[in-house]
Design a protein around this ligand. Structure first.
Ligand code: GPU
Length: 836
């Protein structure tokens, strides 16, 4: 029901349109106000930690004002919203991002300077919101940023983990995990909403609803409460503010008053502990399915609370349920939120009393699904007995979804028993398993991959039968993108200034195509020099960061060769470090005179390994062992340095990415769905050394093949190589053999530690084809060196690359989703249309 304008509405409008003043005095006052009233400190006792908190709260006031206006307006306009459901949001820091979006950075810098603080130091007080593992979680954060900046009515939905991605320490060369207690200090960037709390049921049994043959009453044994926390997402260049709604398992509802009254104080809170566990910790797996029961309950808590919230908001419009797809689009970020499909079916059938067919029509028109991997070990499957125990009603619904789907396929392709077995949502294994990717596919009207090659591969592999059954049009590509706000404007101020100078204003931040103008400056000598200087300044900044985080001194004039990402066999950090070993060997063979002529190089690694991923952890140990020997070798000096930066994070990436000369994206062809850091590196003027995989391919197409160094076998060749290597020992070339020999001669400590890594190639079938790609990899390194020695050629490559990267803005990705998947339009809040 839309409210008629009232006195209250006018008051709200007056408040909303009187934006808080932007002058330094007002800013200083608001900081001091929060210092004293929110944190009970005085200016005399203010340290930089409290200066950060007080400043952050004062910025937050401004955001919340805009947040209210945005959501009130979208409600009134009855705008169709998109809900981006993701178990991960890798947000990083917010303070600097918000200052830039509000265009208040200068003002805060001045205000804080007046009270004796440096803005850069204060920014460093903020801890990352690390509610994600890697690319998938960061993509979700970039996407909500792009929705806000382009005025799309959209919300992210996720979980508020008490412990985010673990902190990585390196002890004796090994990764050691420590908990990420990010909520130990106050978090200015979340807004608790105790009034938005939903009950979420688990376990129990079903009773038939006497009034209908297909409705059930679910008598659950356990009920948890999910409470909302809203995280505002500042839009740049607009007053719209987006939102990420994160659920936290609420504890006090489980207080057992009977136990308490009988004197069992401790027992009275027993249930709280159990409830809390559901949102306690992020599972640290990237591209692997762990299959733990706790994770399943976490996923369901998330899906149930989100669906209840979406339905509650929809019902406020007063429209009939069948109109849901006209007002809501839901995107599944991989299969992790797929229980949203049977949960919506349950709500529509058991609570809203719709028929199965009506409910199914609404559900499939509402959901769309993004696949992010084809790695078999990442495919989510849940045992039927586990689902049956925890979610009996949902298991029943999933059986029925499968039954009706199989029946329709049987009609379409009569008698094809093998087809039915292949596509069944329930895998006939012992025990039976629910294939979540199939459920997500059947429950959605669109399925997409995240780069052109990946979207083709899924059509030819996991969804091949589904393409035949459901038609080509359902399966589309949406190449990933990254936010130019964070991944240029915020992390690379020097290069951003150059872009602003070339474009004439800051419009490129929201319209990356404007950087095309750079091409006009590629011959401008003065500009080229300043381009080079900007990169050098970033390298100097990274060298300082490396010194403080590792104690290693590196020369900023060397070539910076970077591979930073999750440690995974398919990403082949092992191949990289083996090539470093080979390089070390070659340098050792040279005369001092020849060695002095070599290009100086700093090889940078960073990345976390999932706690249970033993091989990945051994790779970290090998990198650190090689670094220790090489860096201490006085003969080698600055010619080669190897650095493993501990505790890779969004914030670390913001230091590292602007400073790379080359970055490595060297997955076995066909295994990296897209990659997104490849886009960030090129956007920051770095050059890619990579395989013909994921988004590397499209980056090459956009910027021109002279600007990228490709090597290695192609995706369509992989199967044959793998097949061959299952039956034949690989034959390492001389370079690879040399690297093995050095390890086996205990050059980097006890060879026994690293033998399993060598064996994974020589005896384990070399699944990721290191032995196949190594020769061309070494060749490609040589080509990179030659190119880097020619500084003028290098600067040209760098400038042209940045000029041609507009496709990889997440703004473009979001526009495509909005038009082709979600059917939503921008709704911009401004003072004129607010009075509608
Ligand atoms: N990705 Br599945 C993750 O970061 N974690 C996952 O659990 C899964 C996929 C990544 C892909 O590996 C990467 O290629 C892609 O760019 C990214 O998702 C975003 O689509």
């Amino acid at each position: 029901q839309s409210k008629t304008p009232s006195k209250m509405d006018n008051m709200f409008q007056n408040y909303s349109h009187s934006e808080i003043a932007r002058d330094t005095a007002t800013i200083k006052n608001s900081v001091i106000m929060h210092l004293t009233a929110t944190f009970l400190r005085t200016p005399m006792s203010m340290d930089s930690g409290h200066a950060y908190l007080a400043s952050a709260f004062s910025v937050r006031d401004r955001l919340l004002q805009r947040w209210n206006l945005t959501n009130e307006f979208h409600d009134r306009m009855k705008a169709k919203r998109v809900y981006y459901m993701s178990l991960e949001f890798l947000i990083g820091r917010t303070f600097d991002n918000a200052l830039l979006a509000l265009d208040l950075r200068e003002e805060y810098s001045k205000a804080l300077g007046d009270v004796g603080f440096c803005l850069e130091d204060i920014i460093d007080e903020e801890r990352d919101a690390a509610l994600g593992n890697g690319g998938l979680g960061r993509l979700a954060a970039c996407y909500v940023d792009s929705m806000a900046c382009q005025d799309y009515p959209g919300w992210g939905y996720g979980l508020r983990y008490k412990y985010g991605m673990f902190q990585q320490q390196i002890i004796n060369g090994y990764q050691v995990e420590a908990p990420d207690c990010w909520l130990d200090s106050p978090n200015p960037w979340e807004f608790p909403r105790p009034d938005v709390t939903y009950p979420v049921k688990f376990y129990g049994h079903l009773e038939r609803d006497p009034s209908s043959e297909h409705r059930y009453i679910w008598k659950s044994d356990v009920v948890y409460d999910a409470m909302a926390f809203d995280v505002p997402v500042p839009g740049y260049g607009t007053t719209n503010v987006g939102n990420i709604r994160l659920w936290s398992c609420k504890t006090n509802s489980l207080f057992d008053l009977n136990k308490f009254n009988s004197g069992d104080y401790h027992g009275a809170t027993g249930g709280q502990v159990a409830a809390q566990i559901l949102t306690d910790v992020l599972y640290p797996n990237d591209n692997t399915n762990e299959g733990k029961e706790l994770r399943l309950r976490q996923e369901y808590l998330f899906c149930s609370a989100t669906m209840q919230d979406i339905i509650a908001r929809f019902k406020k419009t007063g429209r009939p349920m069948r109109d849901l797809p006209d007002l809501a689009a839901i995107q599944l970020n991989d299969t992790h939120p797929t229980l949203g499909v049977p949960e919506l079916m349950r709500i529509l059938i058991d609570e809203e009393e719709l028929t199965w067919d009506e409910a199914w029509e609404i559900t499939t028109r509402t959901f769309a699904f993004t696949n992010h991997t084809i790695l078999p070990e990442a495919m989510e499957k849940w045992p039927v007995p586990m689902l049956d125990k925890i979610l009996p009603r949902h298991m029943g619904i999933m059986y029925d979804i499968n039954l009706f789907f199989l029946q329709s396929v049987e009609k379409q392709f009569p008698g094809d028993r093998d087809l039915l077995r292949r596509i069944s949502i329930i895998e006939e294994s012992n025990p039976q398993q629910v294939r979540m990717a199939f459920l997500a596919c059947v429950g959605s009207h669109k399925v997409n991959g995240v780069a052109a090659i990946h979207s083709d591969i899924i059509k030819q592999t996991i969804f091949k039968d589904f393409v035949r059954i459901q038609g080509e049009d359902k399966f589309i590509n949406k190449t990933n993108g990254v936010s130019p706000r964070r991944w240029m404007n915020e992390c690379n101020p020097d290069m951003s200034s150059l872009l602003t100078e070339v474009v004439g204003d800051r419009s490129w931040v929201n319209d990356l195509a404007k950087t095309k103008k750079l091409e006009e400056r590629v011959t401008d000598q003065d500009f080229r020099q300043r381009w080079w200087d900007a990169k050098q300044a970033n390298k100097k900044r990274l060298a300082d960061y490396i010194l403080t985080t590792t104690g290693i001194r590196v020369n900023p004039n060397a070539l910076f060769d970077v591979q930073v990402k999750r440690i995974h066999e398919y990403k082949r950090q092992l191949m990289n470090i083996l090539s470093v070993i080979y390089r070390y060997h070659c340098l050792k063979q040279m005369t001092p005179e020849d060695r002095a002529k070599e290009l100086h190089r700093v090889v940078v690694f960073a990345g976390k390994a999932a706690s249970g991923y033993w091989v990945a952890k051994q790779v970290i140990k090998l990198i650190n062992s090689v670094a220790e020997v090489v860096n201490a070798d006085e003969e080698i000096g600055d010619v080669l340095k190897v650095v493993f930066i501990p505790d890779y994070s969004v914030t670390a990436a913001e230091y590292i990415i602007p400073a790379s000369d080359i970055s490595q994206h060297i997955s076995t062809a066909g295994t990296e769905a897209s990659g997104t850091s490849n886009m960030k590196f090129v956007l920051n003027g770095g050059i890619i050394l990579g395989t013909v995989d994921g988004a590397n391919i499209e980056i090459g197409e956009e910027i021109g093949e002279e600007q990228i160094f490709f090597f290695g076998c192609l995706a369509h060749e992989v199967e044959d190589f793998r097949h061959y290597l299952r039956f034949h020992q690989p034959k390492p070339d001389d370079a690879l053999q040399t690297a093995f020999d050095m390890i086996q001669r205990n050059t980097f400590g006890d060879a026994a530690i690293f033998q399993p890594l060598i064996d994974s190639i020589l005896r384990g079938g070399d699944v990721y084809l290191l032995s196949v790609d190594f020769p061309s990899y070494i060749q490609a390194h040589k080509a990179v060196e030659d190119a880097y020695r020619n500084r003028e050629e290098w600067i040209t490559k760098s400038i042209l690359s940045v000029a041609r990267m507009s496709k990889f803005s997440s703004d473009r990705s979001i526009q495509e989703y909005a038009e082709e998947v979600w059917n939503i339009e921008p709704v911009r809040v401004n003072s004129c249309n607010m009075s509608i």
